[in-house]
Design a protein around this ligand. Sequence first.
Ligand SMILES: [Zn+2]
Length: 231
Amino acid sequence: MAQQQDTFLYALSSNNAWAGYKAHQNPSFFPKLAAGQSPQILWLGCSDSRCPETTILGLQPGDVFVHRNIANIISPTDINTSAVIEYAVVHLKVKHVVLCGHTACGGAVASLGDSRVGGVLDTWLTPLKAVRAAHREELDGIKDDAARAVRIAELNVDAGVKVLLANFTITEAIQDRGLQVHGVIFDIASGRIKDLGLGTKGGNWSGGEDVVRGKHAQIVFRGGKGEMAVK
Ligand SMILES: [Zn+2]
């Protein structure tokens, strides 16, 4: 109990130090943030503590609009995901929707097993169980447990991207203003994001460069694929 409290107190003091450092480094940083947001990326990812989108992208508060859930499952009837997509695409007019799965995903591993997780979790993981059933032969053929988990995470991103591309909010934005949809995997062991080449792959987009700049790094989207570059 005492240790839990210490962890929370440490987090608060860490926040205090961070806020002081940011304000010192750039006095207009927080006043600018407080004035409003205009993120260019909507990130749909896993709740896993090792996949904090803004941190792993090397970006900053204000750069990424976010929805994360267990195993980054995109269900068309999930009003939570749908509301985030609608706000980000229609109101904030983000340029990119990024669906990110990751290696060693607990949800992916659970969906590969036959045992019951318990509570509401089995219901939540049902779409991932369906992905497993649809690709059972391929998945069972992968003998390495970690590799099998990565493969179902990729197939889950593929299934999620298909749901995104069937969402009218998204398809209309693709047609009207060249919104791009990307499916990627985050490799926790290396810190690298791999573009799976799913989604719009450029769509109506002319094929030029689209640069999303953060404070310490930038992402350059070429032909619909993102490349990280540290400034
Ligand atoms: Zn996960």
